[in-house]
Design a protein around this ligand. Sequence first.
Ligand code: ADP
Ligand code: ASP
Ligand code: MG
Length: 411
Amino acid sequence: MALIVQKFGGTSVADPEKIKAVAERVMKNAANGNKMVVVLSAMSGETNRFVNLAHQMQDHPDPREYDMLLATGEQVTISLFAMAVKAAGMDAISLLGDQVKIKTDGRHTRARIKEIDTDLIKKYHGEGKIVVVAGFQGVTDDDHITTLGRGGSDTTAVALAAALKADVCEIFTDVEGVYTTDPNICNKAKKIEKITYDEMLELASLGAKVLDIRSVSFAKRYKVPLHVRSTFTDTEGTWVIEEDQQMESLPVSGVTYNKNEARITISKVPDTPGTASKIFTPISDAGIVVDVIIQNTRSGDLTDMTFTVPLADYDQAMEIVAKVAKEINAESYGGDKDIAKISIVGVGMRNHAGIATTMFRVLANEGINISMISTSEIKVSCVIDEKYTELAVRSLHDAFELDKDNPAKPN
Ligand code: ADP
Ligand code: ASP
Ligand code: MG
């Protein structure tokens, strides 16, 4: 007998028939004597519909009320799911984040889980029930409903698995696992059997939305084995686990893209100590996370500062930049929302020279201009024009032979 946490994403619970099919799947596990915790997302498209509704009320929706609205999508699926289980003759109970007591900080729209009370779940398990928990939501100490940020149901599932010391956390989705790149834009993408927490963290942070990055951090910290797999087949998926000796570290294990960033440039700012701090302090004070930054050297004592911010924070960042540009006497400022960040990731990159230059050459051969570059030990990212995203991903996937069992190792 095991304690199993299973999370089903929006496309897996998109309509009543799919909810019934998911309930069947969970009930089979329960019938084998396992204690089941099921975490559900809202039906696909619902959370987007709420975002749209909110923006019809306020240009910048009030964060508390926004969370109140967005949290409703998951209430629909968990209650329907419990009904489906009952209709099939087993017992289940649905619980919202605040009923479980998934405690978060007060950062509305991007709250972080602080602690989870497992008593209620254990009580209902004791009564033989399948426990169904709303993903993506929590509650503050003073009882305000929060949400964890888009894609946050993965994090709810892993955090519950950690708190309950579950034997496994299974993330069911609309693809068969974690692939070398998004299988929906590259048909040569190959399923990865096993991947380390660190590589998965990097892939998730650079745009592979198959797992929410915070869910991977939780899994790594609490050593929760994660199994990412398809809702619609029984095929074994991808295991996200600790590094083991037999795992081969490929120079490049995946290609990712992120279209959710925008670029801002402040031109001809004084090249003096303190300028960067004057620009970035108010931006970070507003809770906006700046990603890639480039400072160009110019002749004379003026320079250009270019950086990227999440698309969702672009308007707010531009308002701040407008003020700062005046204060520091910048000549002008501007932005571009139509960009994409393309990245290659691999722990084996540490030991191989020439990976970045191969990437630059591949993009050049396709006539794709690189406007920003950032590197770390295990990744290289390039900012390009958004319209070349698919072309860039496919070309890089080909160049690093990620569709092959034994990709060539450059140099
Ligand atoms: P869910 O609603 O189940 O949480 P998501 O849409 O959040 O599902 O995540 C699954 C999607 O992630 C896939 O449909 C796929 O398009 C996308 N994706 C992006 N990169 C990858 C990757 N490297 N491997 C698998 N899927 C990926
Ligand atoms: N329903 C939320 C979203 O669409 C959470 C999730 O699906 O993980 O972002
Ligand atoms: Mg998701």
